[in-house]
Design a protein around this ligand. Sequence first.
Ligand SMILES: Cc1cc2nc3c(=O)[nH]c(=O)nc-3n(C[C@H](O)[C@H](O)[C@H](O)COP(=O)(O)O)c2cc1C
Length: 383
Amino acid sequence: METLLFCPLSLRGLLLRNRVVVSPMLTYLASAGLPSDEHLVHYGRFATGGAGLVFVEATKVDPCGCSTTKDLGLWSDAFVVPLARIARVIQAGGAAAGIQIAHSGRKARRSLPWEGNQPLATCLGVEQDQVWTLIGPSAVAHSPQCEVPVAMSAADIKAQIEAWGAAAARADAAGFDVLEIQAAHGYLIHQFLSPVANQRTDGYGGSLDNRMRFAVDLVRRVRESWPANKPLFFRLSAVDDMGWTIENSVVLAALLKTHGVDVFDCSSGGIADQVTGAAPIAYGYQVPYAKRIRAGAGVMTMAVGMIIHARQAEEILAEGSADLVAIGREMLHNPNWAFNAAEKLGIPAPFSLLSQNAEFWLKKRSRVKGIQSSTSLGDTVPR
Ligand SMILES: Cc1cc2nc3c(=O)[nH]c(=O)nc-3n(C[C@H](O)[C@H](O)[C@H](O)COP(=O)(O)O)c2cc1C
């Protein structure tokens, strides 16, 4: 059967084998910003499972931007060689290798999720040298429990934009095929966009144009370092229920397209701990945002959030809501999700998504009379 999900997609000089994307997900496996062998295992299995594009987690452009002490880093050339190993492992599995670059701004410096995700300075047992400066567009805390960040000076803004550009050059040097800018979830770029977090009175605050200026300047700088033949993605919170609206997102996407962003990855929320009016978390809850931005701004979008089933993903593309689908937690559940979806949707030669070895043996096995795959049909042994 012909599907959109398994139809290759050409983005600048890159051809994706399909439109299944592994969403960036922090692993909390780094040490002093450096990846571990577990990263290789973790990312490799998504690629060998058939996805078209595998994103490496939010990798910080500046040590002050780390959410936790276990975040990956890209703030110096020392990270290029170790990250290149991850890119090569993903590519060896047949997928394109993507990396998300990020800075948590006033939301940096937390304990790990399973340690409560608390502001670090207030955590018992935390050494003083693990505490680093929080920065943000304004001296406005994320929540009453959080410390007030230092408002960035004009020089800080310039240095920060430069750090993103340098990180983009390092991601290229490490061999990544796709770069994504993390501007969602209440992190630094989102903080500049937000009328709540951004109380500046200079050219980077106030009007919508001014609040978008940091994102625009940063994208322009990143595009100078990121090769013209490689695609650039931008993840945004399409709505945040705290003053940033879907209409604002349409305006931002149309503007950033002119500065070289190819795909908008449509997430939501994160600027405050309490989000009241945003779409309830249910199957495909953020898909309408991808659809609206795609139609309103005339851009390519990626849908994400509770996309679980193969047919659900196919429908998202068929109804014109998005050009790509990103799968997060379901990939943790089943790293072979893409291969499994190909089987379920009945695409010809689904085994070709796997390694040559697995393809050879599984094809042979599938010719045994009455054989059925446990992943697609459950655990009942046919009699
Ligand atoms: C463990 C975990 C880590 C995450 N880390 C990131 C990240 O590094 N960058 C990011 O933009 N989103 C991150 N997210 C959000 C996911 O990329 C995704 O948008 C979200 O989980 C919704 O998709 P899902 O329902 O398919 O999981 C993370 C989510 C999880 C569960």
